[in-house]
Structures are given as structure tokens and as C-alpha cells.
Design a protein around this ligand. Structure first.
Ligand SMILES: *Cc1c(COP(=O)(O)O)cnc(C)c1O
Length: 360
């Protein structure tokens, strides 16, 4: 067997121990004679998996009691619709902080289901930073301020949560479970699980319980947060394999020091990589304002596109995969999510130094 270092932005690398455990259990789950993905989701084996995944998510992320935690299919993209559908039923408005590609999509979708506006946009600057609080233009009657905590494509991340007098709603897909959250400022936190937590197939959503009570009920059942909460994420058949895998990742996070340890490792890895970029005498360049640099998705350019193509090709040959930037922006991107070991980042930094010596 050969494992490479996979820097792909999503789906993305998972802990080897988790993959091996799933492999060992896949055909005959704990002497039941069948796979976890073949059995009833109402049976005792899957129920235990399901409940443990949610309990570990709450424990690891230190989610307070006044928040509900659910799995919903449709990824983060369905949440772009569910948030305004549930929260803006009363004709109120929502402000969106437009920090890049994902924030723009969330704003565009919200516009189909409510009155949504950009409270700030970094588009004119080429999405290089998050705003200061003083730059946020929040209008009267705004129900929530939506932020994208980490822009996966642009490599821009909030390191200080906006201090505003309305609740925050956040898409945390690409820095999910990577640092502690000040829950008191949020009404809804959601993320697709396929970046930091497991395989694709679900979003995890944390909703303040008081919000459920006032939420719009004039919706198809699947689109209602209160329905998913009341049914413990079993309103319909849940994505059992995804939740099973997420549960394993979360248990591992819990056993390896929890969210504090995760955050520390994320800082260490990012520091190594930005150090290599900043120490390259301008050969590698990160376009993001230093105060807004992402600890999860590190984007960088080389002097020209031919060099970038050569870099990605040679890196792939060296067992460093997924370094091509998003097709919409080009360049290079290293996604260094929770499951990327620090040795993977060291290997990348070594390769970058070596490439610079040869081609610089
Ligand atoms: C990947 C991503 C999404 C989309 O997630 P899906 O689960 O594919 O819908 C949304 N927002 C951010 C920040 C992302 O990184």
C-alpha cells in the first residue's frame, strides 16, 4: 500500500487510522454479519453510531446546551437556502459579508428566499481580506449577519469574530472543528463535513434552540430545522456511511486533545508553510492580507503560470497531490486540514525549497 500526502480542498485527506478501521469493519460490522451501510438505520448498531457522532461533535466543539446539533444532507450548499428559508420568514432582512466565492454564493441564494444584502464586499480588492467591524454596513431590521469563516478558494479567514449587535450565522465548512467558537455570538453555525470531518454527504448544523421556536414553518418538511431537530437527524434515511465516518474522526479528535490541540496543530502547520512562502525572496507569493491568511487553505503564486504547472506536476510526482489552485483563480493551493499531518507540511516545505533552488 502507498499513501501520498493529499492537499486537496475537498473531499480531502482523512486520518489513516480511521480509513483502516472502516476497512476492517466494512464487510461484517462487529459480528452482525452485515455492513453498517446495509443495516436498518433504526437498528441498535447504527443508532449507537449516530448518537455517538452527535455527542462527540458536541463534546469536541464544546457546543452549549442551548444549541441543537443535526446532520442534514445537501452539503453546505443546501444551508445557503435553509438559513434564509427558516430565519427570514417574517420578512426581515439579512446582511452578508462577501469575502469571496463561497460568501457570494450564499448571498445569491439567500436573495431567492429573503431580503439579503452585502454588508461589506471585498470584491473590488480581489478578496484579499476580511473587513474590520467599522466597515460593516448593517441596515435596520437585519435578522442576522452571515459570514464565511474561511474562504476555501481565496484562502481568506476570519481570525477575530465580528462584534456586532445582531446574531452571526456562519458557514464554517472549511475550518469546521479547527478552533474554539464563541457560541454566544451565533444563531446558526453550519458546514459541509467533507473538508475537516469526513467523506462528503452531509452538513452539520448547530442552531440556537430559541431560533427553532420562531423559525418559519411554512416549508416542506425536509427544509425545516425544527423537523430535523425533533427527529434527531432521522426524519428520513440519514447518510449512514458519512455519519459513521464523521463519528470516527470526531472520536479520534476527542481522544487526541480536543479542539485546543487541533487549533494548536493548525497554527503550527500554517506557520511552517507561510514561513516557506515568505522566506522565498518573492518566488512564492501569498496574495492575502497577512491578518486574514487562512490556516486551512494556503494559496500561493509562482512567478509565472508555466512554473506553476511545473511545480504542481513535479510535486505530484513527489507524492504531494492536490496542489493546483481552484480553476476560477489559478495558482497553487495547499489545503492543510485537521487530518494533514505536520510531516506532510514538512514534506511540502522541503519540496518548495528544493524547487526554488532548481528553478528559482
Ligand atoms: C466546500 C464549501 C461549500 C460547499 O459545500 P458543499 O457541501 O459541497 O455544498 C460551501 N462553503 C464553503 C466555505 C466551502 O468550503
Amino acid at each position: 500500500m502507498m499513501r501520498i500526502y493529499n492537499f486537496s480542498a475537498g473531499p480531502s485527506t482523512l486520518p489513516l487510522e480511521v480509513l483502516e478501521e472502516a476497512r476492517d469493519e466494512l464487510v461484517d460490522y462487529r459480528d452482525t454479519g452485515m455492513s453498517i451501510i446495509e443495516m436498518s438505520h433504526r437498528g441498535p448498531e447504527y443508532t449507537a453510531v449516530h448518537e455517538a457522532a452527535i455527542a462527540d461533535a458536541r463534546a469536541v466543539y464544546r457546543v452549549p446546551e442551548d444549541f441543537a446539533a443535526i446532520f442534514v444532507q445537501g452539503g453546505a450548499s443546501l444551508q445557503f437556502a435553509m438559513v434564509p428559508l427558516n430565519l427570514l420568514g417574517d420578512g426581515r432582512r439579512a446582511g452578508y459579508v462577501d469575502t469571496g466565492a463561497w460568501a457570494s454564493k450564499a448571498l445569491a441564494d439567500a436573495g431567492h428566499h429573503g431580503d439579503a444584502y452585502a454588508a461589506w464586499s471585498g470584491a473590488d480588492e480581489g478578496y484579499r481580506r476580511v473587513p474590520d467591524d467599522a466597515e460593516l454596513a448593517i441596515e435596520d431590521g437585519t435578522r442576522y449577519l452571515h459570514i464565511t469563516s474561511n474562504e476555501t478558494i481565496g484562502g481568506v479567514q476570519f481570525h477575530r469574530w465580528p462584534e456586532v449587535d445582531i446574531p452571526l450565522v456562519a458557514d464554517m465548512s472549511s475550518d469546521f472543528f479547527s478552533r474554539p467558537i464563541p457560541w454566544e455570538r451565533f444563531d446558526v453555525v453550519y458546514g459541509g463535513v467533507q473538508k475537516n470531518l469526513g467523506p462528503a454527504g452531509a452538513a452539520m448544523v448547530f442552531i440556537r434552540r430559541s431560533v427553532l421556536e420562531e423559525a418559519n414553518r411554512e416549508l416542506a418538511a425536509y427544509l425545516r430545522y425544527d423537523v430535523h431537530v425533533a427527529k434527531d437527524s432521522m426524519y428520513n434515511t440519514p447518510p449512514v456511511f458519512t455519519i459513521y465516518m464523521v463519528g470516527k474522526v470526531l472520536r479520534r479528535l476527542r481522544e487526541h486533545g480536543g479542539i485546543g490541540a487541533v487549533a494548536e496543530r493548525a497554527e503550527q502547520k500554517a506557520k511552517l508553510l507561510y514561513g516557506a512562502i515568505d522566506g522565498s525572496g518573492g518566488f512564492y507569493r501569498n496574495p492575502v492580507d497577512p491578518a486574514s491568511r487562512s490556516l486551512m487553505n494556503v494559496v500561493f503564486r509562482l512567478p509565472d503560470e508555466a512554473l506553476e504547472a511545473r511545480f504542481v506536476e513535479q510535486a505530484t510526482d513527489a507524492g504531494l497531490s492536490g496542489l493546483k489552485g481552484h480553476r476560477s483563480v489559478g495558482g497553487c493551493r495547499a489545503s492543510i486540514y485537521n487530518a494533514m499531518p505536520i510531516d506532510g507540511v514538512r514534506a511540502l516545505v522541503e519540496f518548495m525549497d528544493d524547487f526554488l533552488r532548481r528553478e528559482g
